[in-house]
Structure formats: structure tokens, C-alpha cells
Design a protein. Structure first.
Length: 282
């Protein structure tokens, strides 16, 4: 027997679906290195699960609860590998404990900075306990999505890019001697890295700088914008134009990270290569 239900004359508000994030991560030790000092991860802070390369997922986190990061370690022997691992293992639990899901952009930005500072202190403590690791440190590029914008916190020269309407833009600035010389006008803007003394020298690192200057950026995101986080093992050998073409060609992040790493390997990949790609879908 069928029933007729009167429509509710006072319907309640329907909650808007959360934006989805399609994300993937990939890392490779490259063509010349014996070990991999890069470390990367992404996570929905509302869960206890973190994904490390190789990985791919579709997430629907609360605002501020999605984070991705890339760390590129340094320090000789096993130091770089340990430093980047310690950074990831400190930052994600710190951010979960801070309960940043649903937080406003200002609080989120402060949380990202504080998590990097906590990682730096932990790496220093480990170095004091084991003198052979005293010089270790790592770059860190950490990104979160909140209120339709990308909030990025960076130390070192691992990069963040946004592909918006087919145009690629680097949204971080390398904290390197080469970039400092370029920005000061001491060398031509188009000079290649190999032409610059100290081209690979970074100005600060998590775990071995006395005072960290964490750079923050805010970038509005639109539907289908693509974000790339990568170590300099990718950006150092694959030109931005080729990175942009690869991201345009491969809409799926899992296919994109595979293609980007393949391009770096084809170019000789003298360093470890790591990338995290995510597509923002409202």
C-alpha cells in the first residue's frame, strides 16, 4: 500500500558537501644516490591514517584538516634520511593534536609554523644525543587547504606550485644562495644554477638553523586547481614548462606523479625525486 507524504513546509538547511581532494605521492632515489633522503606524506587530520609514497587516495576532509608535505634531508651518512623522517613523524601528530580541522586560516597558519618549529627542536635533540648526526637537517614544505585556499609553510628549497586554468605558478621562493643572489640583482635572472657559486646552498634548514624563518603563503584555489609539492630533485632537472605540460596531460594525480618522476629520471636525476600532487574539487 502506497503512502503520500506531505512535503516539509519548514525544511532545514542541507549541509554543503565537503570539497574533495584527489591526491597521490611518489618518491625515487634517482639515478646517482645510494639512498633516499626525501620523505613525504599526506593526511586527513581527522583520521589517524597518513599516506606515504607510493600512495593515492580521494579524501573529503574538514577545512584545514588536509595536509601534504615534502621534506628533503641533508647532513651526510644517514643524517638526512633521519632528519626528513623525524620531521614527518613530528609534524603530522603535532597537527592532529592541535585539532586544526575547521580552524580559521590564521590559526591554521600558526599551527603549521609551530609544527615545523617542533620538528626542528626534535631533530636538534636527536643530534645532541648522537654527535654523528649533529649536522643533519631537512627542508620542509607543508601545505593545507582551508576555506578554499592553500596555506603553505616553507623552510628551504622544496617547492609548491599551483596549476590554475592550465597556467603553472611557483608559490614558494627558494631559500637558497642562488635565489638570494638573483633577487638582489647580483646575477642575471636567467642564469643557470651551474653558473652560480653555491647554487645548491640553502640558507636555512629545519633542525640545524639557530632561528627559523618559516615563509607563509596564501593562494586562493578554484575547482580543478592542481597543487604540486616537490623536492629539488624534480624542480632542479625538469623545467617549469615541462612540469606544467605533465600536469595538464595527466589529470589524475597518481598518473601525474608517475609521469613527473619519470621525466626526472629521463633527465638523469642526480638527486632523490619526490612529489605530492593534489587536485582540489569543490
Amino acid at each position: 500500500m502506497s503512502r503520500y507524504l506531505e512535503p516539509d513546509p519548514f525544511p532545514g538547511p542541507h549541509p554543503s558537501p565537503r570539497p574533495r581532494v584527489r591526491v597521490a605521492a611518489r618518491t625515487d632515489r634517482g639515478c646517482e644516490r645510494e639512498n633516499n633522503e626525501d620523505c613525504a606524506a599526506f593526511a586527513d587530520l581527522g583520521t589517524s591514517v597518513a599516506f606515504e609514497p607510493p600512495a593515492a587516495a580521494v579524501l573529503a576532509p574538514e577545512p584545514g584538516a588536509f595536509v601534504g608535505l615534502v621534506c628533503d634531508g641533508m647532513g651526510g651518512e644517514a643524517g638526512g634520511e633521519i632528519a626528513s623522517r623525524l620531521a614527518v613523524e613530528t609534524i603530522l601528530p603535532f597537527l592532529r593534536a592541535a585539532r586544526l580541522g575547521g580552524a580559521g586560516e590564521g590559526r591554521l597558519a600558526r599551527g603549521l609554523v609551530a609544527s615545523i618549529e617542533a620538528a626542528s627542536e626534535r631533530i636538534k635533540q636527536e643530534g645532541r644525543a648522537l654527535p654523528r648526526l649533529a649536522r643533519m637537517g631537512t627542508t620542509t614544505t607543508l601545505a593545507a587547504i582551508a576555506d578554499g585556499a592553500l596555506v603553505c609553510a616553507q623552510v628551504g628549497d622544496s617547492r609548491a606550485y599551483v596549476l590554475h586554468r592550465a597556467a603553472l605558478r611557483q608559490i614558494t621562493r627558494d631559500q637558497t644562495m642562488a635565489e638570494l643572489l638573483r633577487s638582489s640583482g647580483a646575477i642575471p635572472a636567467g642564469a643557470a644554477a651551474h653558473e652560480i657559486v653555491g647554487a645548491n646552498v640553502i640558507l636555512q634548514a629545519v633542525g640545524c638553523s639557530t632561528r627559523l624563518d618559516v615563509a607563509l603563503t596564501h593562494t586562493p584555489l578554484e575547482h580543478d586547481d592542481v597543487v604540486l609539492l616537490c623536492s629539488d630533485g624534480l624542480s632542479g632537472v625538469v623545467p617549469d614548462a615541462a612540469i606544467a605540460a605533465t600536469l595538464r596531460e595527466h589529470a589524475d594525480p597518481e598518473a601525474a606523479v608517475g609521469a613527473l618522476v619519470a621525466r626526472a629520471l629521463e633527465a638523469g636525476a642526480p638527486d632523490n625525486v619526490t612529489c605530492v600532487v593534489f587536485r582540489f574539487e569543490r
